[in-house]
Design a protein around this ligand. Sequence first.
Ligand code: ADP
Ligand code: MG
Length: 458
Amino acid sequence: MTEREKLINIWDSIKLRIKNENRDISAVAFDTWIRPLKVGKIENGTVYLLVPPEHAGDGTGINIIKKNYSSLFKVTISESMNNIYEIEFIEEDPSEDYSNDSSNIVMEEEPSAIYQSNLNEKYTFDTFVVGPNNQLAVSAAKAVVERPGLVYNPLFLYGGPGLGKTHLMHAIGASIIKKDPTKIVSYVTSENFTNEVIGYIQKGDIQKLRDKYRSVDVLLLDDVQFIIGKESTQNEFFNSFNELHSQNKAIILSSDKPPKDLEILDERLRSRFEWGLTVDITPPDYETRMAILRQYATNQLGFEVKDEVIQYIASNISSNIRELEGALNKVSARKSLYNEEINVSIAEEAIKDMLKESEPRKITPEIIISEVAKYYEITKEAIISKKRPKNVVYPRQICMYLCRELTDTSFDEIGKAIGGKDHATVMHGYNIIKDDLSTNPSLRDDIEKLKKKIIPGQ
Ligand code: ADP
Ligand code: MG
């Protein structure tokens, strides 16, 4: 590659190094003068850096840049390129093709440990549904965004798979950069961190890795349980942790267990993990699962999915949000295949292999209402409304009866599910059906049929 190509490859990390090694450059100055600079041509040992016209300001902008940053760029570029250069700042001419330069050919080199944030822009706070299961974790995460390194350091998030730890970490990283674009944020999985440590040790170049991780402002290390038992990785991380922590740089960690349950973790690390705040994320409740599915349908799939389908998925898949999303993906694949409106039976068919034998479909008041409505050819809305037309009152009482018999929901909860009826009304409805059952064979028959529809495999 040419000198110019090499410089372009490392250009972002050069700018960040300048920012990072010069604490007196303010965020505004960095954004105004340094971030917009581009690599122009390289000629006879001079690097021409391009100032966009809107920042050149008839030469005044260029003069400010020259005066303040010339020597910084000269030193940093020369060091990074292993060659001595002069630096000139010129106004960018949009009509010129700077790639057509005559800079020397240089040997292709392994890139040095250049900074990468590795953030996935899909994962933001905007798309993260807050529920009782993750409320604390979200507040803590937002507090860290406000004052990174100064509160909850480290922030230790733990919880089972698919509950949103990784999502939350990316959201923290992205929000910190959004607030202050000069912050150097690095997200890394423990697996990649381990591989990096091994790779740099083999190359005898571990110092490069240290420089890399110790120069960040925010380090997000995901699934830290994976470094357990890996001695050199733990050691490297221990040292980086101390360095970053002592400089009030933010550290955010995730794991499947709290620090105290991370067996055979180096005791020194375990105690450091507990220095800040440890919060758990638990499986979402039914309402939160519904909200997550609705959000996912709108934002990721881009179409509305019927409530009854969302209810069906939310009732049947409960412990892992990745699976919830997977179920909705499967269901929506049907939609594009057959171009038909998705209903519960399509959803049932689509996700049946995701439902484990050991986890029979959970019966909920929603499912009961839905089946009863279908059976009596009335709408669900009619059942949960306050109106009392004759053809609805009886099916509504059947719902009350079946909810009581088939779920472990209290009369109060059943009342809520059936449009806000009170305890006494539900109990009354239940008793009416119960009494009628002993005298009315056709009701017995209806109830049997309904149970078959509601309870799977019957
Ligand atoms: P973990 O890292 O805990 O295993 P992830 O962060 O990878 O879990 O989450 C799995 C999937 O579930 C991701 O697609 C993520 O966007 C989604 N997800 C998790 N929690 C939420 C939430 N509260 N709101 C919206 N999506 C979520
Ligand atoms: Mg994860």
